[in-house]
Design a protein around this ligand. Structure first.
Ligand code: AMP
Length: 407
């Protein structure tokens, strides 16, 4: 027995039914808002993340799966989608607005625990090329809608603006002064960050008490950034989406500016409760080599955590399980199963060559809503149907079965 690698999961039935519901819900939502599918490489140049996400971030410093390939290139299993999507936009000669939806695994070398895996999954929405606050609102609205439609309980939204580079240069000095004043009491990680990345100290859990009194970016926004943030807030209010202002929310990556946000659920303990997060990343394109600025805003939602918060039970996997009482009819039953599947019904059967008892067992295991028994009524153009949840039974004309299932 060779076990799975630490921090990875096998996602099998019945749990995988909820994953399917999540991925289908996401696909449907993206289509409703005009987001097209992006299928992205898992492997990227290491430099994309060290420059895009930032060399001083936890993700790049401590968590990447980086190795040299046989051609001597340094490559990395992607730890996130955004940098790759902006790279793809630029590489495709992108101009204008591109609205993209992506789903798939990410890799971060973290200490595995509940809700924290080394291979985990995200669904991701990116609106590349749009500086307007309406794009921020749309991304947040879509995230909120997905979580709500999937039935995730107690969804809350934390919102902040961290300003633009110009706002931040002054603010950063203020923050540094404050942090230097309390440096002796800060954790070693935070002390190390005072000079290169003081903003990151704001979301340090270890220093929460000291950080509570630090100046926050929101109080130091320039007029343009402040107007952008006011427009985002007004848009969310118009969409009926409640939020809390979280002045110390900065998110760990270097490419963010202006709006940042995170979604939480009351289904989890605080530490591991972020279901997803995102924000505006206008500086990112230039960080990864674009000569012109390209605005953008996006969100990544953690599938593993969404699925853990989604309610049971999953909808029945199959509409119908077909059991054949008399083997001589299995040829006709096979053709009937094929025609039901062709017309869009979710149908399974064993092939009809097992005992009726074995077929009923398989029907039970299959999670089908209804079992059809192909037996003596077949010659009169009927099958016997049994709805498993209620025990309701009826002899139904073969042509009427589709309608009966849809009831
Ligand atoms: P981040 O951009 O790092 O905030 O990631 C966005 C979302 O992905 C988080 O809110 C989590 O739901 C999920 N996520 C991030 N890292 C992990 C991990 N190691 N294991 C499981 N989910 C994760």
């Amino acid at each position: 027995m060779i076990p799975r690698v630490k921090g990875t999961d096998d996602i099998l039935p019945p749990e995988s039914a909820r994953w399917r519901a999540l991925l289908r819900g996401f696909d449907d939502l993206a289509a409703r808002y005009g987001y097209d599918l992006a299928v992205m490489p898992v492997l990227e140049s290491t430099e994309l993340f060290s420059r895009g996400v930032g060399a001083g971030t936890d993700v790049v410093e401590k968590q990447m799966y980086t190795f040299e390939d046989q051609g001597g290139r340094s490559v990395t299993l992607r730890p996130e989608f955004t940098a790759g999507i902006v790279r793809a936009y630029l590489e495709s000669g992108g101009t204008g607005v591109m609205k993209l939806a992506a789903a798939g695994p990410q890799f971060r070398y973290e200490q595995p625990q509940k809700g924290r895996r080394r291979q985990f999954y995200q669904v991701d929405l990116e609106c590349v090329g749009d500086p307007d606050s309406r794009a921020d609102v749309e991304i947040i609205e879509m995230s909120h809608r997905l979580l709500t439609e999937l039935g995730v309980p107690g969804v809350t939204l934390q919102l902040n603006s961290i300003g633009d580079a110009a706002d931040r240069s002054q603010y950063r000095d203020l923050l540094r002064d404050y942090l230097r004043g309390v440096a002796g009491e800060l954790s070693p990680d935070s002390r190390r960050r005072i000079d290169d990345n003081p903003l990151r100290v704001l979301d340090s859990k270890a220093d929460a008490a000291l950080v509570a009194a630090a100046p926050v970016p929101l109080d130091h926004l320039g007029p343009e950034t402040a107007a952008h943030f006011a427009a985002v807030r007004a848009g969310l209010e118009e969409a009926g989406i409640a939020y809390e202002i979280a002045p110390r929310l900065v998110r760990g990556l270097d490419y963010y500016n202006r709006t940042v946000f995170e979604f939480y659920s009351t289904a989890f303990e605080a530490a591991q409760s972020a279901l997803g997060g995102g924000g505006r990343y206008d500086p990112l394109a230039e960080l990864v080599g674009s000569r012109v600025p390209v605005a953008g805003v996006g969100v990544a939602l953690g599938c593993d955590r969404i699925v853990a918060a989604m309610p049971e039970p999953a909808p029945p996997r199959l509409d119908l399980f077909v059991a054949v009482a008399t083997p001589v009819r299995s040829g006709a039953a096979g053709a009937w199963v094929r025609s039901l599947r062709a017309s869009g019904h979710r149908v399974d059967w064993t092939g009809g060559d097992r005992s009726l008892k074995a077929q009923f067992k398989a029907a039970d295991r299959s999670g089908a809503a209804v079992v059809a028994i192909v037996g003596d009524e077949w010659d009169a153009g009927q099958v016997r149907l049994k709805r498993l949840a209620t025990g309701e039974e009826a002899a139904v004309d073969i042509e009427e079965v589709g309608a009966w299932l849809n009831r």
